[in-house]
Ligand binder design. Structure first.
Ligand code: WAQ
Ligand code: MG
Length: 262
């Protein structure tokens, strides 16, 4: 078996996070990826880092190969309709209104966690470290699948690292049956599109889920019953690589999305 490596980058200034990236690669790619990640770290819009951490780690198990979630973009035009649509989709997969409200509340108090909240379907927070959350790592996309997704996203004008990396993360997360849904809002003050994801409806982009200028965001994973420790172990440690791309569609409305439950 060919060895795989998890390569991760984290750049910060005075302890504050500036940028990060990660993927799973083979040995021949290491030098190029380190160069690419370093360039990203020193040329981020948030400014120059004073520390760049690079981790290159051999994976002890071969990565699990999975498909990406199907992707689409909702036609939301303002904060109110984006929030309403997010709530509708999350409730359609069995998450209570209270849990959705809890997530929006926690995402609006202005604290940025490094990882995600875990919320049960009734709205109870389950992550062991309430300040840090649970960080998903050890995921990537094969070179072929990356080329395919770029070719699909380009005509939709969304072929950028932010979308691709969020789709890879969500595809890993929602492969685990205990995860029912996800709400994500970027912490970048200029990035106002977020998403909701679920294995039932896929990755649904939500334009205007955030007011421009807000410097915090976050992720909430909605969890149904099961072994929490194993879920966290999967999210943090199991290597997963996307090697097949499912359909990506242009702009849709909420009715059409809720109609075609997979
Ligand atoms: N694991 C768990 N939570 C994370 C991780 C991770 N690996 N990375 C980030 N988070 C949490 C953390 O609280 C961040 O503040 C928050 O998510 C947002 O992270 O298709 O850029 O990296 O156009 O700012 C959505 C893309 C962009 C929508 C998401 O997230 C689209 C984005 P960010
Ligand atoms: Mg960010």
């Amino acid at each position: 078996m060919r060895r795989s490596f998890s390569i991760r980058m984290r750049a910060s200034r005075e302890g504050f996070h500036i940028s990060g990236a990660e993927g799973i690669y083979s040995e021949k790619d290491i030098i190029n990826i380190v160069k690419e990640y370093t360039e990203r770290a020193i040329s981020h819009a948030k400014g120059k880092p004073d520390e760049i951490l690079l981790t290159i780690e051999t994976l002890k198990e071969s990565p699990k190969k999975i498909s990406s979630l199907p992707l689409c973009t909702l036609n939301t035009r303002n904060l109110k309709s984006a929030k309403k649509s997010a709530a509708k989709i999350l409730q359609a997969v069995g998450i209570s209104k209270r849990a959705v409200e809890e997530a929006f509340k926690a995402l609006s108090i202005g604290i940025t966690m490094r990882g995600a909240m875990l919320i049960d379907i009734e709205g109870v927070r389950l992550e062991p470290d309430l300040l840090r959350g649970v960080r998903v790592t050890r995921m990537g996309i094969s070179e072929k699948a990356s080329t395919v997704i770029s070719r699909i996203l380009r005509p939709l004008n969304i072929n950028n690292d932010t979308v691709k990396e969020a789709l890879v993360l969500a595809s890993k997360v929602h492969h685990y049956p205990m995860v029912l849904g996800e709400l994500c809002i970027s912490d970048d003050p200029n990035y106002t599109t977020g998403y909701v994801a679920s294995s039932a409806y896929g990755y649904i982009r939500l334009p205007h889920i955030k007011k421009r200028g807000i410097p915090y965001g976050g992720r909430a994973f909605f969890i149904k019953g099961g072994e929490l420790k194993e879920l966290i172990e999967y999210l943090q440690r199991t290597p997963v690589i996307i090697n097949r791309i499912r359909p990506c569609r242009a702009v849709m409305n909420i009715k059409d999305i809720l109609k075609d439950i997979k």
